[in-house]
Design a protein around this ligand. Structure first.
Ligand SMILES: Cc1cc2nc3c(=O)[nH]c(=O)nc-3n(C[C@H](O)[C@H](O)[C@H](O)COP(=O)(O)OP(=O)(O)OC[C@H]3O[C@@H](n4cnc5c(N)ncnc54)[C@H](O)[C@@H]3O)c2cc1C
Ligand SMILES: *[C@@H]1O[C@H](CO)[C@@H](O)[C@H](O)[C@H]1NC(C)=O
Ligand SMILES: *[C@@H]1O[C@H](CO)[C@@H](O)[C@H](O)[C@H]1NC(C)=O
Ligand SMILES: *[C@@H]1O[C@H](CO)[C@@H](O)[C@H](O)[C@H]1NC(C)=O
Ligand SMILES: *[C@@H]1O[C@H](CO)[C@@H](O)[C@H](O)[C@H]1NC(C)=O
Length: 498
């Protein structure tokens, strides 16, 4: 008897709990299955303590700009390839998912080339490299390294903010919280900024320039925040993930059984007003599985856009029935970068070299036509008898004639053209927002500060916190409303008894 009552109470309390949370259980859509969408799905699940449902839309392949390409029997990183040792979220995901880190390898001896000559080349001996470095640039590289580390020290604050549940509605408020001078870095070019800090012309036009050309296929006229991120990306101890960096987004999404992957691109988002203070979104897509060309649609409480929204994207998204004052505007363009993978030898003659080196970085891309050439390692243990493989970054497809100019004994090759690799940066004022409006968020706003895996992971957590806070606020006010209603009705009941 006693036990029965206990059981009854237990059943009632469980029912009550699942009932009262049901109203506060959001239906979430995440648009894009790259690292940004994967990060958002992870942190949302965490914040809502599994009390949510997620549909994640991805028309191509989980991983997005983290993708590998196969040549011969091996796989190579075709998009995002190296991770900085201070990238905390990437480290955390690797640990969480039980993945292994690896040395990205490949390019141990590199040089900076202006199309006529190498302005700087490394040596097998570190001490010789250091001496050559000081001979050409003085102590500028050391000063630059110190400055970049100071930027990174400030940048680290984002992790504390997120950990304590603080998130930001737009890019400039995020940067401002890290350091009050950071938003100002967005409207001055790297070139001018480093000049103002009394860096030498040589170190700007060769060292800083070469990092921007290889990392972003752009030059030192970009804004200084992304410019400094690019210089940080030239540091040492960079790493990557065994089996491919794409393993992080893939596994983060696949292991989460609250996420349903829908293999379609979202074409349209329609705003639906449920009632005065409750919005919903209707997402339209074509069902790829059934092959039906007609639109299918579903309704969501929270929509997280985890893909760029500029007009030059492959799967553009339309916004429908939003009030005119919210007209969203996503200015700017993305840079095209072509990555060519080839089995060959470097044509030392073309580069005016005596011996082959592992990597060539251009500091004058208009003249060299290539942005970089570097030997690459496969993402897993290479198969026996693997041929030497090079990765070339250019702005346009290489012609066969040009390929035979820079290489000899050209064998197999493969091309991956990234039509929209990363934003084309300038110093124009921008107003990029994570929160587009209540219930609608945009991870990739952060790319306009700098595009990198870690940045999208940060963007993902940032919007997860914003979405969680907005939703629970709405939900708790709804709950109190319900409670007062209930209290009111039981009051009525008791008076009617009288
Ligand atoms: C060549 C290259 C080299 C790079 N090197 C590095 C590096 O060394 N280190 C580093 O940290 N970063 C690097 N990056 C940058 C890094 O890869 C990106 O910043 C990061 O991967 C972006 O992740 P994301 O999830 O924000 O976007 P994406 O990976 O682009 O994901 C967006 C996803 O959304 C999908 N999608 C698009 N439209 C729709 C739609 N309408 N509906 C549904 N889904 C849609 C896309 O198919 C895509 O899968 C590099 C990028 C490139 C291109
Ligand atoms: C750059 O931004 C800072 C801070 O937002 C502002 O004070 C400054 O006037 C801006 N400069 C230019 C040239 O727009
Ligand atoms: C290279 O060309 C582009 C446009 O074609 C130009 O904007 C840029 O300044 C040039 N770079 C250099 C270093 O001359
Ligand atoms: C770059 O391309 C132009 C035009 O195709 C060509 O004239 C020039 O020789 C090339 N430069 C190098 C260094 O190959
Ligand atoms: C960014 O957010 C801050 C704080 O929420 C706000 O004061 C500011 O006006 C916003 N800026 C833009 C460009 O939206």
């Amino acid at each position: 008897m006693h036990n029965c009552i206990k059981l009854l109470i237990l059943v009632i309390s469980i029912c009550k709990r699942s009932f009262s949370t049901e109203i506060c259980k959001p239906k979430v859509a995440i648009i894009g299955g790259g690292i940004g969408g994967a990060s958002a799905s992870h942190y949302l699940t965490d914040l809502f303590k599994n009390n949510l449902k997620i549909d994640l839309f991805e028309p191509i392949k989980l991983g997005g700009r983290l993708a590998t390409i196969e040549i011969g029997e091996n796989e190579y990183e075709a998009g995002g390839s190296v991770i900085h040792p201070r990238n905390k979220y990437m480290q955390y995901f690797v640990k969480l998912l039980g993945l292994e880190k690896k040395d990205p390898g490949g390019s141990s001896i590199s040089g900076i080339w202006n199309g006529e000559k190498f302005v700087f080349t490394e040596s097998k001996w570190e001490i010789v490299t250091l001496t050559k470095m000081i001979y050409r640039y003085g102590f500028q590289p050391i000063k630059l390294n110190r400055y970049v580390n100071w930027i990174l020290d400030n940048f680290d604050k984002i992790y504390d903010f997120h950990e304590s549940g603080v998130a930001f509605e737009n890019v400039s408020s995020l940067l401002y919280a890290l350091n009050h001078d950071f938003p100002g870095l967005l409207n001055i070019s790297l070139k001018d900024h480093l000049h103002n800090l009394e860096f030498s012309t040589l170190s700007i036009d060769e060292l800083a320039e070469a990092t921007l050309v290889v990392n972003y296929n752009q030059e030192t006229n970009v804004h200084s925040f992304v410019g400094l991120v690019s210089i940080a990306g030239a540091g040492s101890d960079l790493w990557s993930i065994k089996g491919g960096n794409k393993k992080v987004p893939e596994n983060l999404i696949r292991r989460n059984n609250l996420v349903k992957v829908i293999p379609s691109g979202v074409e349209k988002i329609r705003l639906v007003l449920k009632n005065e203070n409750s919005l919903q979104y209707e997402l339209f897509y074509r069902n790829k599985v059934t092959g039906n060309p007609d639109f299918v649609s579903d309704f969501y409480d929270i929509v997280i856009i985890a893909t760029p929204l500029t007009v030059d994207q492959e799967y553009p998204i339309k916004f429908e029935e939003f009030p005119p004052e919210t007209l969203f505007h996503f200015p700017g363009k993305y840079q095209t970068t072509v990555a060519t993978f080839v089995h060959a030898n470097l044509n030392t003659f073309h580069f005016g070299l005596e011996d082959e080196i592992d990597a060539v970085y251009s500091c004058n891309p208009n003249f060299t036509n290539i942005s970089s050439v570097g030997k690459v390692d496969s993402v897993s243990e290479p198969k026996k008898g693997t041929l030497k493989t090079w990765k070339v970054f250019t702005k346009e497809n290489m012609t066969p004639a040009f390929m035979n100019k820079i290489f000899s004994q050209v064998g197999d090759f493969k091309v991956k053209s990234w039509k929209a690799a990363y934003p084309r940066y300038s110093t124009e004022n921008r107003f990029d927002r994570f929160k587009l409006q209540e219930g609608l968020y945009h991870v990739n706003a952060i790319e306009w500060a700098a595009s990198a895996m870690e940045m999208s992971a940060i963007g993902g957590r940032n919007v997860a916190i914003l979405a969680y806070k907005d939703f629970t606020k709405k939900c708790s006010s709804y709950e109190t409303e319900r409670k007062t209603e209930k209290a009111h009705s039981s009051e009525l009941k008791s008076t009617s008894k009288l």
